[in-house]
Design a protein around this ligand. Sequence first.
Ligand code: SF4
Ligand code: SF4
Length: 707
Amino acid sequence: MALRIIIGLALTAVAAALAGRRMWWLLRLGRSGQPAPERVAAVRAHPARDVGIQAAEVIGQRKLLQWSVPGVAHALTFWGFIVLVLTIIEVYGDLFSRRFAIPVIGHWVVAGFAEDLFAAGVLAGIVTFAVIRLREDPGREGRASRFAGSHTGAAWLVLLGIFLVVATLLVYRGAQINTGVFPYPHGAFASQVAGHWLAPLGLAANKVLETVFVLAQIAVILAFGVFVTYSKHLHIALAPVNVLFSRRPDGLGGLQPMRSGGVVLDFEEADPDADVFGRGKIEDFTWKGLLDMATCTECGRCQSQCPAWATGKPLSPKMLIMDLRDHALAKAPWLLAGSDEERAALPDHVQKEAARPLVGDAAAGGVIDPEVLWACTNCGACVQECPVDIEHIDHITDMRRHQVLIESSFPVEASSMLKNLEAKGNPWGMAEASRLDWAGGLGFEVPVVDGTIGGDVEYLFWVGCAGALEDRAKKTTQAIATLLHAAGVRFAVLGPAETCTGDPARRIGNEFVYSMLAQQNIATLNDAGVKTIVASCPHCFNTIANEYPQLGGTYEVIHHTQLLSRLVAEGRLTPLTPVQEKITYHDPCFLGRHNKVYSAPRDIMAHVPGVQSQEMHRCKERGFCCGAGGARMWMEERTGKRINTERIDEALTTDPDTISTACPYCLVMLGDAIAAKKTTGEAKETLEVVDVAQLLARSVQPPATKD
Ligand code: SF4
Ligand code: SF4
C-alpha cells in the first residue's frame, strides 16, 4: 500500500513540475504581448453574458456541433472527460484506501453508470476521430483535406493517449470488481464486462492487476496532461480562456481600431518610431493574439471554408495561425530574455528566428508570405467556423496595417484606389458631381440633403461609391429609389457630399486614409442631423453600423433588403407581376456572415410570384465569397482559380435563369464571371446577376422593368 502511494505521488509530483514549468513559461510568453485592456474591461462589464457564452460554446459545444459527426464525437470526448473527473478522484482515493468512495456520492449506482457511460462515449468519440482522420488523410486527399498542414502525428498520439486513459481505467475497475472493492454494486456496465473478462485469472492475479492498473491509470493521465502542455492539445486548457476574452458578439463585423500599448492610436500624435503600428513583429501582437495562436487546435475547419485556400491560393487561415504560433514559440527565449547580454548569448537558431521578418517571402525568411497576407478577402468564413473563437481577420488586418503604413508594401495595383480615395473620395477617381447621375430619368426627383436633413425624412439613403458610379450597381440604386418612392418612404441622399466610407482603405490596412474619410463622413452626417440610414452596399452598411461608432458616428443603420422586406410585409409594396424564373441567391459575406442578414433578401424573393428559389450548396453561414472583400476588388488574382469563377461554377449546378444577390461588389464580381462563362458556352446567354431590389422592382412595377 505504502509503495503505491509513494509511486503514485512521485509520478504526480514529477508531472506537476513538468507541466507547471511549461505553463509558467507559456504564461510569461503570453504576458510579453501587448496589453489588451479592452478585453478585460468587456468581460468585467458583461459577466453574466460571458457566463452564458461560455456555457453555450464550451460546455454546450455550440460551434463544434454544427459539424454533426465530428461535433458529436468531440462533444462525447469533452463531456466524457468532465464526468471522468470522478474516476480520477476515485483513483487517487484508492491510493490511500482500497475501499475509497467519493464523499456524498458514495456507492450511488447512478454515478457508476454515468462514469461508464461517458467512458464508453469517449471510446466511441476517438474511434470516430480515427475514422475521420483516415478518411481525410492529407497524404491522400492533399489540399482537400482539412488536416493538410496540421501536425497529424501528434493528433494520433493524443488519440492513443485518450484510448489508454479509458482502457487502463476499465481494466482497473474490472479488477476492482473481482477483488470486491469496487464502489458501485450495479450500473457500471462497462467495468462489469471488463471484470467478467478478467475473472478467470483468479483473485491473486486480479489483486496484482488492480495495483498495476491504478498506477498505470495515474501514469497515463499524468503523461497525457504533460503532453497536452507541449502540444496543440493545449486548447483543452486554453479554449475556455480564449472564448472568454474573444470579442463580442464575434470577431466579425467591424474591425478594431489600431492600438498601441492598449491605447487607441491618434494619428495626429502617433510616433511611428515609438508606437506600435499594426503588427510588424511577433511581439507587437497582444496577449490575446498570442493566446489565439496557442489555442488553435489545428482542426482545419477554417481552412476547409476559406475561399482563398479552396481556389489554390497559398493562404490557409489555419496555417497562418500555426506559423505565427511556431514563430512565437521559437522566438520565445529571445522575447523572454531580460537584457541585451542575455539575448546575445542565445543559441544561433534563436538569433536566426528573432531576425526573421514577420512578413516576407521565402528568400527573406519571412514568417508569413506576402501572397498569403494579401490573398484574404475578409469573408469571415474562418472566424465563423473556428470552435475556439480565433480572430483571423483582426490578425491579418493588423499585419496589413504595418505593411501599408510603415513598410509602404502592398500590391501595386491597389495604389491607384488609395490615391483616388484621398483625392476624389471614391476608388475610381470619378468627379464628385457624377454621384447623382443615377438619379436622372427616374420620373421623380430624388431629394438631396441640403445642410440639414428635413424633419420629415425617414431615411438617409446611403448610395455608396459603387451604387453611385458603377454602371451595373447604378441599376440597383435606381431600383431601390423607385421602390422607396412607390412605397411612400420619405428619403434623401447626400449626393456629392457623400464620400467613400473608407472600407477599402481600412481593409487593405490604410487606417490613415480610412479615418480621414470616416471622419469627413461622420462630420457631414452629424452636421446634417442624420439618425437613420438605409445602405445598399453591405460594405458601407457594415462600416457605418459597426465601425463609425468608434469615431463618434452612431446611427441606426439598416440594409436595403431589410427595409424592402419590411415594406412588402407591411403591404406598402405589393409584388404582383410574376417573374417566372429559377433563381439562386448568393449571400454577400458582409451582409450575411458579418451582419447575420440572411432572411430579408430571401423573404423578398419569396414574395415575388413565379420565383423558384434554389439554394446553392454553400449558402447562409457557409456562403462562399465572390472574391471582392478585404480590398481584393482592387487587387489582381494571379494564383489558382478565380474565386468568382468558383462561385459561378457552383451557381451553375443549380441551372439558374438568374442569380440574385444584395451587394454591388458581388454584382460586379459574379457578373464578370458570368460574362467569361458565356464566352466559353458554359453559361446560357440569358443568364444574369441582379440585386433582389431589381427583382422586386420588376414585380412591383408592371410592366416589369427588365434591365
Ligand atoms: S477571412 Fe475568408 S479569405 Fe480570409 S482567411 Fe478567413 S476564410 Fe480565408
Ligand atoms: S484557427 Fe480555429 S478553426 Fe482554424 S484550425 Fe485553428 S482551431 Fe481550427
